[in-house]
Each structure stands twice: as C-alpha cells, then as structure tokens.
Design a protein around this ligand. Structure first.
Ligand code: DMJ
Length: 934
C-alpha cells in the first residue's frame, strides 16, 4: 500500500490548494507547534512539568486499563465500583446506553490505538493478540449501528492502521498479517443489512448474528434514527473500503450522507435531531451542534480532509454558515428550530457540544472556538466536570457526567492552534479533577451527580479511547510519540486513520452536485483555516484577549431564558416582552401586558389564580407569540420550582481503607431526621442492626452504639426504623433496599417520607441506598470488617491523611487541595414513588411537559416569586383544542417555507394559527428533548 499523497489539509506533507480550502486534518498540522515560544499571557509550562503531567496521564491510563483487564475483561466494560465486568443481560438494563455493548470486549478494542499513542507498544501487541483470540463478532445481541461503527469498527481500523505502521518500522508486530482488518471487514458486512431502507439511512440497531427484520433479530421495527447516527459512518466505512478494495462500504455511507444533505431544511440549511428512515421526514426539528447531530458535521469536514472530495467541504461550509448564523450565540451554542432558526428551542446546552470548538479549530475559525471553550471551562471550574446538560445561566440541568472526552479534545486542538500555555493549565485541571473526584480503587467512575460528587458504577470505553489520547498528546512533544500523529486523522472516537487513504482505491464515483450548494460569499471562507503562524506571532495575546471578557461569564451570569427573541425589535427601542420570572400579579403594567398577549387571569374560588391564553385575543401576532412564550416559560418555571421543593440527593462516602473517600454512593434523602444540608456531615463506622429490618427494639444496641446503623428496607415505616436505631445509640442510619438488583443507575432517586406523624423526635440523619449501592458497603464489611462512612449532602474532599503509600505523589498533591469547587446552587432531582404499602413516600412528579401535561401543569404551585403576593397560580393553555388544525397548518407552513428559501426569519410576521402550530411543535420537541438520552 502506498503512503504517497494525503488528504486535504495544511500539513507539510499535504498538497495545498486554494487558500480557503486549506483545512487541517487533525488541526495538529496547520497550526503552530505547541512548543513555540510564548511571550506573554499565561506563563509557559516547563518541559519537566509537561513530562510530569504526561507521566501522570500514563499512570492514570494504567489504572483504568489495568483494572479493566484484570477485573472485567473479556466483558465489554469495567464496573469500577463493584470491580467487575459489565455483561449485557446480567445487569439491570440501562436502556439505549447498553446498545453499545455487543459482548465483543468493547473496551479492549476501543483502547487499541490509545496503547500505541501512549507508547505502550508491547501492551498493544498483547492486546491485538487477545482481540484476535477472544473476540466474537457473531453474538446474538442487538447493538447500536452508530456505536458499533465508531467504537468497534473504528477501533479495529485504528488498531490496524497503527499495526501496519509498527510492522513497517520493523520492530513490533512483525507477525501481523492484516488480521484486524479482516475482523473489521467481517463486522462491516454485519452492519450492511441495516442500510436496507429506501432512503439508504441505516436502521439504528442491528442484531450482530441475525441482522435486522428477521424475527430472531428482535430489531428492525424502528422508524427513526438520529442524524449523527446516520451521518457518522463515512470515515470508518470509506477507510474499510479503501483498505480492502471492497467499495460497497463507502458507497453505503455516502448514500446516507447524500440523503441527509437532500433533506436539510432548505431555508435555514440546518438539519433536525431525528429523521424517519423510511420517509425522510424530520421527526425532531430542533437543531444544534450537540447530542444527536454533533458528529454528522464533524464527519462532513473530516471526510473532506480524508477523502479529498470537495462536495463534503461545500456541504460542511453551507451548514457551518447556518450554525454560525443561528446556533452560535457566542459564547453559547443554542439549539434552534430548523424552520424558525431565530427561535431558540432550548434554554440549556448539552455536554456533547464541547467537541465543537475542536471542530472549529479544524475549520480554522479560532475566535468562537476560544469563546465557547472558555465558557465551558468556567462551567467545569464551577462543577469540577461538565454536567450532561446545563442551562444558559450555567446551572446544572442534568447532573451526570460519564467522563466524556469532548472538552479535553477541544483543549488539545486549541493548544495546537494557539500554543497558548493556558490550555496546558486547563489540561492540568482536568487531570486533577479526574484523580480527585472520579478515581476509585478499581478504575475511574462516572459521576452520577456532579453536585454531590456521587459515582456511577460505569467506566465507558470512550474514556480510554479518547480521554487519555487527548490528554497525553496535549503534554507530549513530537519525540514522545513513536509515529507522526500529523499523518492521521482522528475519528469521532479518536481512532486514527492514515491520510494516505485519500489516494488509495478511489473507485467510488463522486456525485457532482455542486449546483445544489448555497452560494456563499467570500466572508464564509474567512473562517477557513487561517494560517496561525501569521495570526499568532503577530499578536501573542490573541487568545487571551478573546477569553478575557468571558472570565466571569459563569459567576456573573443572570438567568437567561429564550435569549434570541425579537432581537430586531429590541434594537429598535421596543420593550422586551414580559418574562415569566419577572411577572408580578399585582403590577398593573404586567396585567396590561398580559391582556395584550391574550392571557387572562382567572381568580378561582379557592383563592388560586389560573392563567389562560387565547392567542386569538392578542393585540397582534407578535403579542400572541410573546404570550405563547410567556405561557411556556411559566410552565417550565413551575415545573422547575416544583422540582426545587423536592429534596436533593445525598452522598454516602466510604472513607476507610482502601477506599479513602474515593467511592461515593448516591443516597436518597429522608424527610425527617437531621438535615445534612444544614449540618456538618456525620461520620462513623457502620454496623448492621438486629433485627436487620429495624422494626423492633434492637437486640444488639452495643454493636450500633456510636455507629451508623445499617437497616434493611421493608416491613415497617422508615421513621420507626430510625427511632429504633436512635434508641440503641446509633448516630445515623442507612436503609438498604430489599429489592435485589435495584440501583441508582436505573431507578430515579428515592426519598424516604415520614410516617405522617410528628417526626421531630428523630435527630439522627437517615439515608437510603438502593440494593446495589448497599451491597458495596456490605461487601466492604465482609472484606475489611471495619468500614467507616461519611453521610453528607455532597462528597467531601478525599482524606489525604488516610491515604496509603501506593498512591502516585502527584495525586497526593491534588488531594491536599481544597474541594471548594464542589458547589452548586442548583436543585434538580428526581423523586420516585414508593410501592411498599407499609412505607409512605412521595409520588414522582412530571419532569417534562407535553401537550397533555399542560393540564397537569395547571395543578402545580409556582414559586413565591411568581405567586407573591397571591398563594398559587394555575397555568393552562388551550392548545388541545386545535391539534388537527395545527398539524395541517404546520405541514402547510413547512411546505411554504421549504419552497421559499428567501424567507427572512428575523422579520417574518406569522399568522396566529401558525404560531399555535409551532407552540405544539415546541412543546412536543421540548418533551422529546427532556426524555432524550445523550
Ligand atoms: C464518543 O463515543 C464519541 O465521541 C461520540 O461521537 C459521541 N461522544 C462519545 C463520548 O462522549
């Protein structure tokens, strides 16, 4: 195979084209070297310090990979809290997340090329042998086509790419004979039946053994897929075709991309989040750069770089222009509606969009990349990790963090682009936080809740595939890596594909669709890959000057709701519309505005107030639109405030040897006993109570005296258990669920209610653990006898005094730092209803809104802020009355918009019916987004 030539890019070995198309393949190669002299701004980092950090990354990788290999392999993933393998079917289902697991030793395959990047060639050789010996790709398991492609196919191809590189060097892998490639081809053929649709878009899932649609397959009835799911195949599939000469893979991936391009919304040039694979209709019409779409854009640009096909760049540029026009609201990136791109579809962002600054670097658009990255970094500084979703005012929206690598990826690319040592300091913080908050004795555990610091029994394979690669490369010099990273492009899972593939087996005919592309003016290309060697040496403070104004963006931010509303009219001096959060029912001016918006206030007999909107009674269509938005905000606000009345989760942290505070379990709060958020945490050794259910006076008071008693759930009220252990002298209690297998991974938070009587006599703190978390403590007792725990509202800093010597010294350093950053004012929790008849509990509350839910929302009590001075409001909307008409109107409006590419979104005045239709659409999208898994 020839190594001549290369894809499009700014790399030294790459043939150059017109200036605007000089797009970096890995960004490593059009941009200044990280070792360039830095004259101002953040202090330079010495080579020793970078080496120290690089070594720390290596040690962390060994800890993650070593524990996976020792305790989980050949399972797909490591469960770092219970220190065993996650085998699909043997653990409670986690829904879609489990579709990545195909019983094919996922973590091993995903780690292959990381081993080479980290200079662990010997381990790579062993790992390849294990893959060839142990991995079976023919399991009767339904897997995600997208995940299998990016992680497994990509992992095998990345492994193959580096295996042949090593073989050519003449020392390692001399025995290798394209075996990984043969496996990749086998897997490629297994994925092909998924493309058996008229659209060419793949089914989202496939049975590895039986394909799709056969009865045995247990899949093939799906109608929808996400845009990223269908649009993130071209790199792996084209590489497979070009490595093997079997053109079918690249053809199928191109066909899917062509179809998505055809279906873009023609006026906005945006794509929705999900699409019907049979009809090509957009199912979710919201559009952003995060979950559900992210890597579609990434693959258009990278397909151009790898394959040198201009049509991919033209598509990317067209979409990018739309993204910068509508979605980018620096430093934010906010989802909009594809048909109404001036209207934000969400008031929150998801963590997946953190890859976008990295892509912008690849594109060459550095300024917004710096801005968004800085905003994200400040969110991280506030919460230690990027929560799965956070609001426009930087509160936590979804508190999980599964150790995602996207922010590290963007940090690496920005460092390569700017050479600014600031980004090395950012990387250092990421390393410190991972060691301080996610490291557990058996690997690294995902954060279940960044606010409490509690863990989830989960270490996803992408953590090894991506995080360690980007962190290691960030601190590495060229000579630290045994090959030239600039000869490769990173897939979305950070697998490495060689750029020389662009000139190999190019038999796929390129569709000439140039006429379809939007005419872009020259300014579009101002964003394309500027030569940073010119840009930065002229102004070494460039990146810093962009970051500076954003320094306090998170701390100083005020809540912002839907922010791009009638921008035009604000500028022309008109008053901004009334926001739900500002509304005072006693303010005559507000009542006047309400009237104008068609919103009436109805005083109910019981003293409550109901808000009803009749859009038709609004003074104008713009007022009607404001009214609808006001109602939507009011409903969201109510739902949020309702959540805030619920108690947040608590943490049980095991602090004794060998855990030293590293294992943090999510615990349910109690509505009685000591409130851990107001008092100092309670620390003590644990002891099981007798009887274990705690339903009568304890027979072993001497054992629980001064300790935290463990009690099993069931057979009497929680408060009764608490009284019994308190009388025996316990200083706290942990109730462990008696439903075997229950876990906070799969069940919403559980809150223990009182017994309906006065519970003021209960003074000790009580927490609830699901059975899986409970058994971690019970197992620890069996193994170590003396187990000490900390009950608190959020995990406390790990205890350096209790550390043993086998911890790396750098980590000890980080342990000495304070945990002042574990703070959040946000209070978003789930509650679960309790089923046991003998134990009272709270009911779960509706988390999301749907058209039907607007009725439910009518019965909630908004906060004091809204209700003051009145007790309660009810909120209703009449959307249920116009559903059919809405749908017709919606279709009509879409058709009109589709056929009229010249619609001016900012200025268009919509008919009221169409606004009503949109309202339905918005609520529907909102509901789906809330339910959506990232
Ligand atoms: C990875 O599997 C890939 O980066 C994918 O594109 C989306 N994100 C996950 C990790 O967060």
């Amino acid at each position: 195979m020839s190594k001549a030539g290369g894809g499009r890019g700014c790399g030294s070995s790459v043939p150059q084209r017109a200036p605007w198309s000089l797009v970096a393949a890995t960004a490593a190669f059009c941009l200044v070297s990280a070792t360039s002299v830095w004259t101002a701004g953040a202090a330079p980092m010495s080579r020793e310090e970078r080496q120290k950090l690089g070594n720390q990354v290596l040690e962390m990788f060994d800890h993650a990979y070593g524990n996976y290999m020792e305790h989980a392999y050949p399972a797909d993933e490591l469960m770092p809290l219970t220190c065993r393998g996650r085998v699909r079917g043997q653990e409670p289902s986690r829904g879609d997340v489990d579709d990545a697991l195909g019983k094919f030793s996922l973590t091993l395959i995903d780690s292959l090329d990381t081993l080479v990047v980290l200079n662990k060639t010997k381990e790579f050789e062993d790992a390849v042998r294990k893959v060839l010996r142990d991995v079976n790709l023919d399991n009767d398991v339904v897997v995600s086509v997208f995940e299998t492609n990016i992680r497994v196919l990509g992992g095998l191809l990345g492994g193959h790419s580096l295996a042949i590189m090593l073989k050519e060097k003449g020392e390692y892998m001399q025995w290798y004979n394209d075996e990984l490639l043969q496996m990749a081809k086998q897997l490629g053929y297994k994925l092909l039946p998924a493309f058996n649709t008229t659209s060419g878009l793949p089914y989202p899932r496939i049975n590895l053994k039986f394909g799709v649609r056969k009865p045995e397959a247990r899949t093939g009835t799906e109608t929808d897929t996400c845009t990223a799911c269908a649009g993130t195949l071209i790199l792996e599939f084209a590489a497979l075709s070009r490595f093997t000469g079997a053109t079918i893979f690249e053809e199928y991936a191109r066909k899917a991309l062509d179809f998505l391009w055809e279906k873009r919304q023609r006026s906005s040039n945006l794509v929705g989040v999900t699409i019907n694979i049979h009809t090509g209709d957009w199912v979710r019409k919201d559009s952003g750069v995060g979950a559900g779409i992210d890597s579609y854009y990434e693959y258009l640009l990278k397909a151009y770089v790898l394959l040198g096909d201009d049509s991919f760049l033209e598509r990317f540029n067209t979409h990018y222009d739309a993204i910068m026009r509508y979605i980018s609201q620096p430093p934010l990136l906010l989802d909009v509606h594809i048909h109404k791109p001036m209207l934000n579809a969400r008031t929150w962002m998801d963590a997946l969009l953190a890859f976008f600054p990295g892509l912008q670097v690849l594109k060459g658009d550095i300024r917004p990349a710096i801005e968004t990255h800085e905003m994200l970094y400040q969110v991280i500084k506030k919460h230690n990790f990027l929560p799965e979703a956070f609001t426009t005012d930087f509160r936590v929206h979804w508190a999980q963090h599964p150790l995602r690598p996207e922010f590290a990826e963007s940090t690496y690319f920005l460092y390569k682009a700017t050479g600014d040592p600031y980004y090395l300091e950012v990387g250092k913080t990421l390393i410190e936080n991972l060691n301080k908050y996610a490291r557990v004795p058996c690997g690294f555990a995902a954060m279940k809740d960044v606010r409490t610091g509690s863990h989830e029994d989960r270490m996803d394979s992408f953590f090894l595939a991506e995080m360690f690669k980007y962190l290691y490369l960030l601190f590495a010099d060229k000579e630290d890596i045994i090959f030239d990273i600039e000869d490769y492009i990173f897939t979305t899972e950070a697998h490495l594909l060689p750029l020389w593939l662009s000139t190999t087996n190019q038999s796929i005919s390129k569709k000439n669709t140039t006429s379809e592309y939007t005419e872009l003016d020259d300014s579009n290309f101002d964003w394309s890959c500027p030569n940073t060697q010119i840009l930065f040496p002229n102004d070494p403070l460039y990146a810093q000057s962009i970051r500076e104004p954003l320094k306090n963006v998170v701390d100083k931010s005020c809540p912002r709701g839907i922010i791009r509303v009638r921008e035009e009219s604000f500028r022309s001096g008109a008053k901004p519309p009334l926001r739900a959060r500002d509304f005072m029912a006693t303010n005559p001016e507000h009542l006047e505005i309400l009237k104008k918006m068609g919103v009436s206030l109805i005083h109910l007999k019981d003293g409550r107030v109901q808000l009803v909107q009749h859009a038709i009674q609004a003074a104008s269509s713009i007022d009607a639109e404001d009214g609808l938005r006001f109602m939507q905000e009011m409903i969201e606000l109510s739902s949020q405030q309702q959540k805030e009345q619920q108690l947040p989760p608590r943490a049980v942290q095991i602090v004794s040897h060998p855990f030293f505070g590293r294992v943090v379990l999510t615990a349910g709060p109690a509505q009685f006993g000591l409130d851990l958020s107001k008092h100092k945490e309670t620390r003590g050794f644990v002891a099981s109570s007798k009887p274990y259910n705690g339903c009568s006076e304890l027979t072993n008071p001497e054992a629980v005296m001064g300790k935290i008693a463990l009690i099993q759930r069931g057979q009497c009220m929680f408060a009764e258990k608490a009284r019994h252990i308190q009388n025996a002298g316990a200083i706290g209690g942990i109730v462990i669920d008696d439903n075997e297998g229950s876990s906070s991974d799969t069940a919403p938070l559980f809150q223990m209610a009182g017994d309906g009587k006065d519970t003021d006599d209960i003074k000790i703190p009580m927490l609830f653990l699901f059975s899986k978390e409970g058994s971690i403590i019970l197992d620890a007792i069996r193994e170590y006898e003396e187990v000490e725990v900390l009950l608190s509202d959020k995990a406390k800093d790990r205890d350096p005094e209790m550390e043993n010597e086998d911890q790396p010294s750098s980590e000890n350093d980080s342990l000495n730092q304070s945990a002042e950053q574990i703070t959040s004012s946000s209070q978003e929790v789930d509650l679960v209803d309790q089923k046991s008849p003998e134990e009272s509990s709270l009911n779960s509350q509706p988390e999301s809104l749907s058209p039907a839910d607007t009725d439910k929302a009518a019965s909630v009590s908004p906060s004091e802020q809204i209700s003051n001075p009145m007790e309660n409001h009810e909120i209703t909307s009449l959307d249920g009355e116009c559903t059919d008409l809405d749908n017709q109107l919606q279709e009509q409006s879409e058709t009109e918009e589709d056929s009229n590419p010249n619609v001016s979104w900012g200025k268009k005045v919509q008919p009221i019916d169409s606004i009503l239709a949109d309202w339905n659409e918005d609520i529907e999208a909102f509901e789906m987004m809330e339910k959506d898994e990232l």
